[in-house]
Design a protein around this ligand. Structure first.
Ligand code: PMP
Length: 431
């Protein structure tokens, strides 16, 4: 594979964009090497500016659950475009979106559209603080909720990839209000709530943690958090930016049968356009301006083109059997990767739920804590990542991100991925 045009673009980008990118993990910082620049994407594939093709397991970090450039989404966007790009006044698609979201996720009795996952989580904790009159929040180590100040405390994703889970620029006074817990630790959660529960406005969690590799909740863990929050009057927020409409049509809350007070969304609901949303109990959401006193606003929120794209994708994923097919594909991929690693003698395991998966270079048979995830062999992951990339398979360029399959990944892409993986594991083994 040659990358002359990508290399030239990256050189230019580095002069003007911090690190050459507009979002850190894209820079390949933890795996080494340089990113490729994408010219176009279609189905399960990305095509770079040098004419190379990659089977894509990043899916624009989540939105592309039906594959890139889906015809129904494209058609909806084209139609919306004909009517103008933004109105700054209400439009019908916003109402349809609210009706769709509240139907698919019944815990959301009301919703507010925003423009990113970051905005959704920031707004949700402001609401929780406003509604409870309390200031402290709780999050989990290695969970990532966007780059809001309150969340950059022991954060996952790029913050973990680049080793700066606590960012300079976050005032200590604010960071002190964010308490952190180890993911999947029942006793630590109980102890924290025994000590400080009545001061805690919100507990926010990625119900499946997708920003510290991919960690599944232990049986009863989410239920346990639900009970603690109910007992202490704390607002339970599920950050379903990644899991929403993915691990099940109704998200992680449907899959695990636990009802949060508020939920945050992004990625899939915009189909690749900049969209987020938060929603939840009517009594809480009624406190948002202009219905109530908690302020939150957005010039482009509910953008008609973005709503059209999101609604089209939400239609596609409601087709019967859509999520079952994704899950079967994800399982086949992970089983195939584990078998290939075993044959090559590489210590390796996976995690998977719905269309989300994690790859762990470790002796442990199963990984479901942050401590285990960070103890995995990141150098082995980096070698595997590059060996796969050289063979036309694009995995998330960090050991601390979940992978995604889409409905466009078929038997052929699965087999091609496993052929590449067998060679890649052999290279990892060789060191
Ligand atoms: N929450 C979660 C769980 C996420 O995975 C992300 C982004 N990957 C965010 C929030 C932030 O979303 P955005 O990047 O759209 O601001």
């Amino acid at each position: 594979m040659q990358h002359a045009r990508s290399q030239e673009l990256f050189q230019r980008a580095r002069q003007l964009l911090p690190g050459g990118v507009n979002s850190p993990v894209r820079a390949f910082g933890s795996v080494g090497g340089e990113p490729f620049f994408v010219e176009r994407a279609d189905g399960a594939f990305l095509y770079d500016v040098d004419g190379n093709r990659y089977i894509d397991y990043v899916g624009s970090w989540g939105p592309m659950i039906a594959g890139h450039n889906h015809p129904a989404v494209r058609q909806a966007v084209k139609q919306a475009l004909g009517n103008g790009l933004s109105f700054g006044a209400p439009c019908a698609a916003e109402v349809t979106m609210a009706e769709t979201l509240t139907r698919l996720v019944p815990s959301c009795e009301m919703v507010r559209m925003v423009n990113s996952g970051t905005e959704a989580t920031l707004s949700a904790i402001r609401l929780a603080r406003g509604a409870t009159g309390r200031s402290r929040i709780v999050k989990f180590e290695g969970n990532y909720h966007g780059h809001g100040d309150s969340f950059l405390v022991k954060a996952g994703s790029g913050a973990l990839t680049f080793g700066v889970p606590n960012s300079p620029g976050v005032p200590k006074a604010l960071a002190d209000l964010t308490l952190t817990l180890p993911y999947n630790d029942f006793d630590a959660a109980t102890a924290l709530f025994d000590e400080a529960g009545d001061d805690i406005a919100a507990l926010i969690i990625e119900p499946v943690a997708g920003n510290a590799n991919c960690l599944l909740p232990r049986d009863g863990f989410l239920q346990h958090l639900r009970e603690l929050c109910t007992r202490h009057g704390t607002v339970l927020i599920f950050d379903e930016v990644m899991t929403g409409f993915r691990v099940a049509l109704g998200g992680a809350q449907a899959r695990y049968g636990v009802t949060p007070d508020l939920s945050t969304f992004g990625k899939i609901i915009g189909a690749g356009m900049p969209v987020g949303a938060y929603g939840g109990r009517r009594d809480l959401m009624s406190q948002i301006s202009p219905a109530g006193p908690v302020y939150q606003a957005g010039t482009l929120s509910g953008n008609p083109v973005a709503m059209a794209a999101g609604l089209a994708l939400l239609d596609v994923i409601q087709e019967p059997g859509f999520h079952d097919r994704l899950e079967a594909h994800g399982n086949a991929l992970c089983d195939g990767l584990e078998a290939a690693a075993r044959d090559a003698g590489v210590p390796f395991t996976t995690s998977r739920v719905g269309a989300m998966f994690g790859l762990f270079f470790t002796d442990a048979p199963k990984v479901d804590t942050y401590a285990q995830a960070v103890a995995c062999d990141t150098a082995a992951f980096a070698r595997f990542f590059h060996a796969m990339l050289d063979r036309g398979v694009f995995l998330a360029p960090s050991a601390f991100e979940a992978g995604f399959v889409s409905a466009a990944h078929d038997q052929q892409t699965l087999e091609a991925t496993l052929v590449a993986a067998r060679e890649a594991f052999a290279l990892v083994r060789a060191g």
